[in-house]
Design a protein around this ligand. Structure first.
Ligand code: GLC
Length: 661
């Protein structure tokens, strides 16, 4: 019907020579109208010049609006077309400008003067809400992908770790000696120079696997870490020992001073034996003798390289006339292993002592036969006791894969390394340990702050922050300072699951000088923290798995309860970063040679203050050695000293350097 109508309509229009009557002027239907009744009349169209009719009018008919088509309509239509035509082709048409845009100054009527001049309703600039919400989180997610460390990566890492183990030399000084001191009693001193703090402690061993510990801790001033001379650092350390003795052992200390005044001689018994935990790579050449190979963890004092660090400390102790002898030099991982062995439950010995703190490293018990340097160099081999068949190896795994064959490498890692005091070394540590995680995060955050698309902390949506106020970054924010972000910030972020992530936002303000961050900002920060922390834990699993597999401990040895692989750990990351051990375990299960059953057999226990306790235990060995017994109190089976002319062949002390060279 409709098609026929159109045809009729056009025919009628063509025929029309004079204006037709308006429908309201003629009551009688036209011929065509009659023909086509009951369809609507189409005659009005015939009054329009043909050039407008053929298509346009037909269209109007189609939409059913042609019924009241008048000259006025046609005229408006023509005018409209003319305007459109002009707009389209006139080059002078100026760009459309809205009356108000985010950058326009608001008219007073919209933005009246504040009620009080000092309390504006909105701080400058006027806060706006833009639909950029997804952009920031999307950008953050994109960055997290750069930190992904897959199961395949983990397995590749373990393989490379095992093949690089022992390529360098080893560094340690004793074998089985410390593992048997459970019955020993006595009061010993220990100091621990870690990456962040210097601790002084005295340890009372009770002889029943327990001990009491008194300790003081002081942050190492950053300018001393990069002092001009090593004397500046070591005199500071000696001063801390003096303060500790005055505070906690004043009787002993003053008695010593008085005796000294009366006569110049002091007996060995009156002198504290001190174990020195020095957590940097050293070439240990004696029980209390070791030369510094290189600094790590941000220290850089060039005149200390190749110097005997025990002697450097003893010189400053003597300058203060303290009744203290630096009796043993210990790495914190060795101390942790010792302490865990002393206290760990069950009959199983501890395999590994590991630090996941400011730095990272591990020391483990290895078979002498597997220590290449000992087996290959006859002179070295004869210098060590082979009767126990075991030795503690300080791996210095912070330097694993310095040549970057398998380690992940983001632009942030690259820039961090390039701007560090020791580019190209400690590459594993720079991706794992606390000191560097904060710095990686800082660089990531800064890149998002600067990015034109992500707009972190840029007040995209003030409505989601507490005060509905503008997000600001303080000019002296830690974000702008190298090493400005501490691992504790990452731990806080990882732990916060509160609605609106309030703890993160508070910490952003307190620690990073970012005020009034939005919830979206906090969500982005949390995503990034998680990615960086998780990568660190999965890399840590690589080192643990490699040691377990390489020592054959991935294979179950019996069905007994004691068939566990005991690992002592210490350090701020493993202790305070929420879920760090869970992420390690997840990755351990993904290691082909461990799987779920292997992971289950691994017992990881915190050896709190292990490095201090371990150092004291080694000082004890030294004391026993000095007494000349070589097998003093308790059940110790020999002490860690080099075999000298005619000396007890059970005693040994290999010289060496770090495992990862
Ligand atoms: C660094 C040191 C290493 C120490 C570790 C943990 O890697 O080089 O000796 O054990 O930090 O503190």
């Amino acid at each position: 019907m409709k098609l026929r109508n159109w045809r009729v309509e056009l025919q009628s229009a063509r025929r029309a020579e004079s204006p037709p009557q308006r429908p309201d002027e003629t009551k009688a239907p036209t011929k065509l109208g009659l023909i086509m009744a009951p369809t609507p009349p189409v005659f009005e169209a015939s009054a329009v010049p043909l050039r407008f009719l053929h298509s346009d009018v037909a269209f109007l008919k189609k939409t059913g609006r042609g019924s009241s088509f008048s000259r006025a309509h046609v005229l408006s239509f023509v005018v409209l077309l003319a305007v459109l035509f002009l707009q389209l082709f006139n080059p002078d048409v100026t760009e459309y400008k809205p009356a108000w845009s985010p950058n326009t100054e608001l008219p007073d009527v919209l933005y009246p003067s504040p009620i009080s001049p000092n309390t504006p309703i909105f701080s400058e600039p006027y806060p706006i809400s833009r639909p950029a919400k997804m952009t920031l989180l999307d950008e953050a997610r994109k960055v997290t992908e750069e930190f992904a460390y897959s199961a395949e990566d983990v397995n590749r890492g373990v393989k490379a770790f095992i093949s690089q183990m022992g390529k360098g030399n080893y560094q340690t000084y004793c074998g089985d000696v410390m593992l048997n001191y459970a019955q020993t009693r006595g009061l010993y001193l220990a100091v621990d120079l870690g990456g962040t703090n210097f601790r002084v402690c005295s340890i009372q061993l009770h002889g029943n696997t327990t001990f009491s510990l008194t300790q003081s801790k002081v942050a190492i001033p950053r300018d001393l870490m990069i002092a001009k001379t090593s004397q500046e650092l070591f005199s500071f350390l000696a001063k801390q020992i003096e303060t500790f003795l005055q505070t906690h052992h004043n009787d002993h200390y003053t008695a010593h001073l008085e005796r000294r005044k009366a006569s110049s001689s002091t007996t060995t018994a009156e002198i504290f034996q001190l174990g020195f935990t020095f957590s940097f790579p050293v070439n240990q050449v004696g029980l209390n003798k070791g030369t510094l190979i290189r600094w790590s963890k941000g220290f850089d004092i060039s005149d200390a390289i190749d110097q005997d660090v025990c002697q450097l400390l003893q010189t400053e102790i003597d300058a203060l006339h303290l009744p203290v002898k630096v009796a043993a030099l210990v790495n914190d991982t060795v101390g942790t292993l010792m302490a865990r062995s002393y206290t760990s439950p069950g009959k199983t010995g501890t395999l590994l002592g590991a630090i996941f703190g400011t730095g990272t490293n591990g020391a483990y018990v290895e078979k002498l036969s597997k220590i290449r340097k000992l087996t290959s160099t006859s002179s070295s081999a004869s210098a060590y006791d082979t009767s126990t068949g075991e030795m503690i190896v300080n791996t210095e795994w912070g330097s694993f894969d310095n040549t970057m064959t398998v380690l992940p490498n983001t632009p942030y890692d690259i820039a961090l390394d390039a701007e560090s005091v020791n580019p190209g070394v400690q590459m594993f540590e720079k991706r794992v340990s606390g000191m560097f995680l904060g710095e990686i995060l800082r660089r990531v955050l800064l890149s998002l702050v600067k990015s034109s698309t992500a707009q972190l902390f840029s007040d995209v949506d003030s409505s989601t922050n507490d005060g509905h106020s503008t997000t600001t970054i303080a000019a002296d924010s830690a974000l702008y300072k190298q090493w400005g972000v501490d691992t504790s910030f990452l731990s806080i972020c990882q732990a916060d699951s509160s609605p609106g992530l309030r703890a993160i936002r508070q910490s952003l303000s307190k620690d990073l000088g970012v005020d009034a961050a939005s919830t979206e900002d906090a969500e982005a920060v949390k995503l990034l923290v998680n990615a960086i922390g998780k990568r660190s834990a999965r890399l840590s699993a690589v080192a643990i798995a490699a040691v377990v597999i390489n020592t054959g401990n991935n294979v179950q040895k019996g069905a007994s309860e004691d068939d566990v692989v005991d690992i002592g750990v210490d350090g701020s990351l493993v202790e305070y970063y929420p879920g760090f051990e869970d992420y390690i375990r997840e990755a351990l299960r993904e290691v082909k040679d461990l799987g779920e059953s292997g992971e289950k057999r691994i017992r990881i226990g915190i050896a709190k203050d292990g490095s201090g306790v371990g150092a004291a235990l080694i000082a004890l060995v030294a004391a026993k050695m000095e007494e000349g017994s070589g097998s003093g109190a308790g059940t110790e089976s020999g002490a860690g000293v080099r075999k000298e002319d005619g000396a007890d062949p059970k005693n040994y002390e290999p010289e060496g350097q770090d495992w990862f060279g």
